[in-house]
Design a binder for this molecule. Structure first.
Ligand code: MG
Length: 409
């Protein structure tokens, strides 16, 4: 395929407006009975919250609509925890199709927008599977043959399929070739869904079956069997294990890099990695000029994409005159912690011609680990000379480089 065609399909996919809708209008069977299924805890959060989180990880979804019943008493407690991309609509009905229909109308989304209808009870769907469905259906113009009106995630049938009578006696073995188990999300244009769900709904068990009745082509897009629907007691335990797996396979890990340099001058103390080193000169700067801590601070800020040391502690501000760089680094560590980051490791290199750093290295490493609040095994500091080359080699100053790795669940 020529490259230009690829590019065109890609931009077509990108300009399409895309929404998600979760019908979640189930209420307890009787007043005062146990919570409806979507609020059942799974892996430490209500199932609906886990499902919303899975959709929130797909950045191309403009807005996620949750359709609940007007009598729902539990959604309000959760709503504040959702991102601003999530809207709760009290437009649910007794049947799933009514909730989807009510949600579509209440959402105000245009009829040509695409909408991913997703079960509240499928929290284990992977963002990569949703992205695959979107790419396959919205980018389908390049595929030979009929352009589908929409598509659904589905699992190819792996088991042998039997048809049995009411007594459990096998009538036949149904060839499993071309058989799929329908899952969600199911992706259609809002207008198509409105039309499909406004017709008679007998025998309609998912959005695709209603669209099929209009005579429109719907495609299956393969997903893993791990995209389970939490239906029976014990399924929540399986979902918990699968969600743990998803978190394991998609960790949020960021690397950051930092660099700093300071001049060596007479009449200043030499402080490296928060440790005072006996020497006839010291580093010059507005703060205590701890070149090593400054490089580490920038590496951590860089990993968290939180700017640089100069932005947080401007040299023009008299507040930072003579500042203890350990305090600045502690403040930055606290800032990244507040954003959910954990420091996985830090590695730094100091470039200095003199004095010999080796004897001070254990103290520098221990102090740095202390400031960072991590085990010493996660901190490495190396020292090199510059082989008497350039200004650092002629002892005009010192340089430091650092790398930091941050992780967040
Ligand atoms: Mg500096």
């Amino acid at each position: 395929m020529p490259e230009s065609q690829n590019t065109q399909n890609f931009s077509e996919v990108r300009k399409t407006r895309l929404f998600a809708l979760i019908p979640a209008a189930g209420i307890g069977r009787r007043m005062g009975s146990a919570s409806p299924k979507q609020y059942m805890p799974v892996a430490g959060a209500p199932m609906l919250v886990q499902t919303v989180r899975a959709l929130e990880r797909v950045e191309r979804i403009e807005r996620i609509f949750i359709v609940v019943s007007a009598q729902d008493h539990e959604i309000d407690a959760l709503a504040s925890g959702f991102s601003e991309r999530v809207t709760v609509l009290r437009a649910g009905g007794a049947e799933r199709a009514e909730s989807v229909l009510g949600g579509l109308m209440a959402s105000g989304m245009p009829e040509d927008a695409w909408v991913l209808v997703h079960d509240a009870a499928r929290p284990c769907v992977r963002p990569s599977e949703i992205a695959h469905l979107i790419d396959e259906i919205l980018g389908a113009s390049s595929i030979a043959g009929e352009r589908p009106a929409g598509g659904i995630l589905a699992v190819p049938m792996a088991d042998t399929v039997k048809r049995a009578d009411a007594n459990g006696m096998i009538l036949e073995t149904v060839p499993r070739k071309n058989l799929w188990r329908a899952a969600t999300p199911q992706l259609f244009q809002a207008g198509v869904l409105l039309k499909a769900l406004s017709g008679p709904l007998e025998g309609v068990t998912d959005e695709a079956s209603a669209v099929e009745r209009l005579g429109l082509a719907v495609r299956v897009v393969s997903c893993r069997s791990t995209n389970i629907k939490v239906t029976e007691p014990g399924d929540d335990r399986i979902a918990e294990l699968l969600l743990g797996d998803n978190a394991m396979t998609l960790p949020d890990i960021r690397v950051g890099q930092g660099y700093d340099s300071h001049r060596l001058v007479e009449g200043r103390p030499l402080i490296l990695g928060g440790v005072r080193i006996p020497f006839e000169k010291g580093l010059d700067g507005h703060s205590d000029a701890d070149v090593l801590l400054h490089a580490v601070t920038d590496a951590i800020l860089g990993a968290a994409a939180l700017g640089d040391i100069g932005q947080h502690f401007p040299p023009s501000d008299p507040k930072w005159k003579g500042a203890d760089s350990a305090k600045l680094l502690e403040a930055v560590v606290a800032l990244t912690k507040a954003e959910g980051w954990t420091i996985l490791n830090v590695d730094a290199t100091l470039v200095a011609e003199r004095p010999k750093i080796g004897p001070h290295m254990p103290a520098i490493r221990a102090r740095l680990a202390e400031i960072l609040g991590v085990a010493p095994g996660r901190v490495s500091v190396k020292a090199k000379t510059n082989e008497r080359m350039d200004d650092v080699g002629r002892e005009a100053g010192m340089m430091a480089h650092a790398a930091a790795l941050l992780g967040r669940v």
